[in-house]
Design a protein around this ligand. Structure first.
Ligand code: FE2
Length: 407
């Protein structure tokens, strides 16, 4: 462990980087195509690109792993905020899954502020002897990154510079995917604008990229706009994970990754930690595996839940009925396990993963203190019992702003 002070853009820090937010998350699923019915058709994520793992599989395994195509999806302008990858195929491609058989989360991905930070963080993680699975830059997505793992095997990613999808909804053309780095670059590196200029100079049709094909009738008025569903997901996270060694996980995510411990709770005698990357109460929560048994959740996965924020309380209530009407199972999970979240509920996805929906998350200010528990909202586990309107709180509309448009 080092106590050296690092200078990041004129600021003295314990590390040469600063995580700004959870940028994306991924799940390994039996059939990404089937999962799209839930995540794209019902929830509204748009496919921004797809990836076929077949080429990375040994020939004798190609017909034994089921689906090999995964999807990058987005809720906003980032090329992806959520990925669905084929479980059996990625387990054969990446040896991390053989080492950690309960690993079902594909990645927990954290955004930093610059390419300089990625390069310096890569060296720093290497100096700390933190395992790194790979590094460089991948297209689709265009982001510069490296993948360190936590002590329980969860694959984290730090990145800078994810491709932005604009008004036309097209991702970068496939012909622009010839850029490949398997290590951090020498700095300074030229801008993305210069890369696009070069593609144009090479006569590449830069608008020939992927565009989501779903075409569901837009029949729901949502805050003045007609949408294909009665809500809009505006943010991803927090991620909730189970770990056997809680102190090792806490040490990794605070001392190494630099997340802030916002709150610790005891649930039936078990400590649970809530960690923040910005002003939200938590972007990551870690729970002891013992709780998985108490809650009756899947004993062969360390993924507890993945949360998504919708734009308003009204949308959350409407979403509940919409999902119920679509035949989605809602699972009651005690509210104490999500301190800092306002009204919320959990649905079960096609693979049995818990997806948590909420509209309001407590915002933490300069002193780092969460709201006293006695001042928090109380609400019923069954969303049918929630009132039509509720009072606003001081931080109800605070935090990361969704840039829009709604869709
Ligand atoms: Fe990623």
């Amino acid at each position: 462990m080092t106590t050296k002070v690092h200078i990041l853009s004129g600021i003295e820090l314990a590390r040469p980087f600063q995580i700004r937010r959870l940028g994306h998350f991924g799940l390994n699923v039996e059939s990404p195509e089937k999962s799209l019915q839930f995540y794209r058709d019902l929830l509204g994520f748009k496919v921004s690109d797809q990836i076929d793992f077949a080429d990375r599989l040994p020939p004798e395994l190609k017909n034994q792993v089921g689906p090999t195509v995964g999807f990058f999806t987005r809720h906003g302008t980032d090329h992806h905020s959520f990925v669905l990858f084929p479980k059996k195929a990625v387990e054969k491609v990446n040896p991390q899954y053989a080492r950690f058989p309960q690993l079902t989360a594909n990645q927990l991905t954290w955004q930093v502020g610059s390419l300089q930070e990625i390069v310096d963080a890569f060296s720093w993680f290497t100096d700390q002897a933190i395992p790194i699975i790979r590094s460089g830059r991948d297209l689709p997505g265009s982001n510069w990154h490296f993948y360190p793992t936590d002590p329980a095997g969860h694959i984290n990613e730090l990145y800078y510079g994810i491709e932005q999808i604009g008004w036309s909804g097209h991702s970068k053309a496939l012909a622009m995917h010839d850029i490949k780095f398997q290590q951090p670059p020498n700095l300074p590196y030229h801008s993305e604008y210069a890369e696009v200029n070069r593609a144009i100079a090479h006569q590449i049709h830069i608008h020939a990229g992927w565009r989501d094909q779903s075409n569901i009738a837009e029949t729901y008025p949502v805050d003045g706009i007609l949408l294909a569903r009665p809500f809009k997901i505006i943010k991803i996270g927090p991620v909730r994970l189970f770990v056997d060694d809680l102190s090792a996980a806490k040490d990794f995510y605070t001392r190494i990754m630099g997340l802030r411990l916002t709150e610790e709770i005891k649930y039936q005698g078990h400590s649970c930690y809530f960690l923040s990357s910005n002003t939200e109460h938590h972007a990551l929560a870690i729970y002891p595996t013992a709780l998985r048994t108490i809650l009756g959740l899947n004993p062969s996965s360390t993924t507890f839940a993945f949360a998504m924020q919708v734009a308003s309380y009204q949308q959350l209530r409407t979403m509940y009925h919409y999902l119920k009407d679509a035949g989605i199972t809602i699972q009651p999970i005690p509210h104490e396990l999500s301190p800092g979240l306002g009204h919320h509920f959990y649905a079960i996805d096609p693979d049995g993963y818990l997806v948590q929906f909420y509209w309001e998350i407590e915002q933490i200010g300069w002193d780092g203190n969460p709201r006293p528990a006695g001042l928090r909202r109380t609400f019923g586990l069954n969303p049918s019992t929630w009132p039509t309107t509720i009072e606003s709180q001081s931080d109800s509309f605070m935090g990361e702003v969704f840039l829009g448009p709604l869709n």
